[in-house]
Design a protein around this ligand. Structure first.
Ligand code: MN
Length: 502
């Protein structure tokens, strides 16, 4: 995947010197075994390294400084095998900038009821040691994930795995660069927003280039490279004879390939992880880039149309969360509805740019008129999305904060759509169409989303916890009256919690 790194997660165990050197040695050995057990789990996408058994405030403070300054550390798992008085943790935790997960587990799974004595009791104290830790995390108002259960439990691994995916996306975001080719679509509100706030809150930078900077690279592409890429297209996709080499409309495909090669040169030169385009600023380009964003998304780039930099970044973050999982992730737009009394459905699509990672089969490469933008007919991949559970996620800028909105949906088999010249997904919303759309609109969710059959609500929730932003979840349990009250509560909470730092 494009510019994806594999950072590590530090496993850290807390204790104190009260127990003496013998038990502490045992604690360290047990903690190593727990860390090794987690490291061996296939559900965990990142390497887990046992880092330290911490027993003093100075050790704790130093470890937090080390974690902050190690670019390969994406987060920490904390566990209190015994009691670790948590005033010792204040100095370290108030400086810690990396995400952490609090694993509430115990070395022994079963209690040895017939032999249990005070030595056993003194060694296996997470039941109260982790409560002391939880208090100070709460007292310090630290966002973190708490995972409860034995460290060999597959459900525990799955929950840690989800958090690791969120931590990896957070790690990927720090210092990430996105580029907007052209500005926001004129007059559109939801795709606009405060890029300074976004960099403060999330750590990625987004800057604009005029489309002329891309055009210069497109014009520099050699004919031989265009021919070679067109041959790749013929191998990877279904093409009508007119579009193949020698066909009457092959020139349109060559134009698309030239745009892809020029855009790639521009994006690689800038080290960008995501980008936007806008059909209102295409001076010097023959077509609105369609095929190129589709193929770049499949490689892991974030993308959104119409200058929507927040969604472009969200698509990138979701692609990082999904790395290695089956399914796909794409830029998406709620396009039009099927409001039959037999069941309401959403037809999701975009003008062109849907990622083929969500395709059910081999995409077909086609050329059709666009209808807006006044350019030549653009080349694009057309396909049906794979069916199954999926999510739509949207990030909006409410002026004083960012809000993430997630709706869980079920993507179904698309009816035959012989005249629709774009990739599409047809889904049904949870808990039902009317509740979900009402909740989405009340929450201010955008028409643009990150759509994924790989990323789960849990990963997004963990990510918003790390980022310290609001999350609105619309799922099978959503009731509109509760949701409205939560939105009101959140207005107050985030206003107070963030103060002037927005
Ligand atoms: Mn759009």
């Amino acid at each position: 995947m494009h510019l994806l790194s594999s950072p590590t997660i530090w496993f850290v165990c807390g204790s104190q010197h009260l127990y003496g050197p013998g038990p502490l040695k045992q604690v360290a050995a047990n903690a190593r075994e727990v860390a090794a057990g987690l490291a061996a789990s296939k559900a965990l996408p990142l390497e887990v390294t046992f880092k330290a058994l911490l027993t003093t405030p100075d050790e704790i403070a130093q470890l937090c400084i080390d974690a902050n300054s190690d670019p390969s550390c994406a987060g920490l798992i904390l566990w209190m095998h015994t009691f670790s008085p948590s005033k010792m943790w204040i100095r370290g935790l108030t400086t810690l900038k990396k995400p952490f997960l609090h694993l509430h587990t115990q070395f022994n799974r079963d209690l040895p009821w017939s032999t249990i004595d005070m030595d056993f009791m003194n060694l296996n104290q997470a039941a109260h040691g982790d409560r002391e830790a939880g208090f100070i995390h709460t007292r310090l108002r630290l966002g973190r994930k708490v995972v409860v259960g034995h460290w060999t439990d597959p459900e525990v691994h799955a929950r840690i795995g989800a958090w690791m995916r969120a931590a990896r996306a957070w790690h990927d975001t720090q210092g990430a660069r996105l580029v907007r080719i052209g500005d926001n679509m004129r007059q559109v509100a939801v795709t606009d927003g405060d890029k300074v706030s976004a960099e403060m809150r999330f750590g990625y930078a987004v800057n604009t280039h005029g489309v002329g900077d891309v055009v210069a690279r497109v014009n520099a592409v050699s004919d031989a490279d265009v021919s070679s890429l067109c041959a790749d297209y013929e191998r990877a996709y279904k093409l009508a004879p007119a579009l193949k080499k020698g066909g009457a409309r092959h020139e349109s495909v060559r134009d698309g390939a030239r745009i892809e090669l020029g855009l790639r040169a521009f994006l690689e030169e800038g080290g960008y992880k995501g980008f936007t385009t806008t059909f209102e600023d295409l001076h010097g380009l023959k077509q609105l880039p369609g095929l190129a964003p589709q193929r770049f998304m499949a490689e892991g780039f974030g993308f959104a149309g119409e200058g929507d930099w927040k969604t472009a970044w969200l698509v990138r973050a979701m692609k990082v969360m999904a790395a290695g999982l089956p399914g796909g992730t794409s830029f998406m737009e709620d396009y039009t509805y099927h409001l039959s009394p037999k069941g309401h459905q959403v037809l999701g699509a975009h003008m062109l740019e849907i990622c083929p990672s969500i395709a059910a089969g081999k995409p077909s490469l086609e050329v059709h008129p666009l209808g807006i933008g006044g350019k030549e007919d653009p080349v694009r991949l057309v396909f049906d999305a794979a069916t199954g559970p999926a999510i739509n996620a949207s990030l909006v800028d409410l002026g004083n904060r960012f809000r993430m909105i997630v709706n869980e949906v079920d993507t179904v088999v698309s009816p035959k759509l012989p005249k629709l010249p774009v990739a599409r997904a047809v889904w049904e919303c949870r808990p039902d169409f009317k509740t979900a759309c009402g909740a989405w609109i009340l929450s201010g969710g955008a028409h643009h989303t990150g759509y994924s059959t790989s990323v789960t609500t849990e990963m997004i929730e963990d990510f918003t916890t790390i980022a310290g932003i609001e999350l609105v979840t619309i799922d099978a349990a959503t009731r509109l009256s509760d949701l409205k009250q939560n939105l009101r509560n959140n207005e107050v909470y985030y206003h107070l919690a963030q103060g002037f730092r927005t």
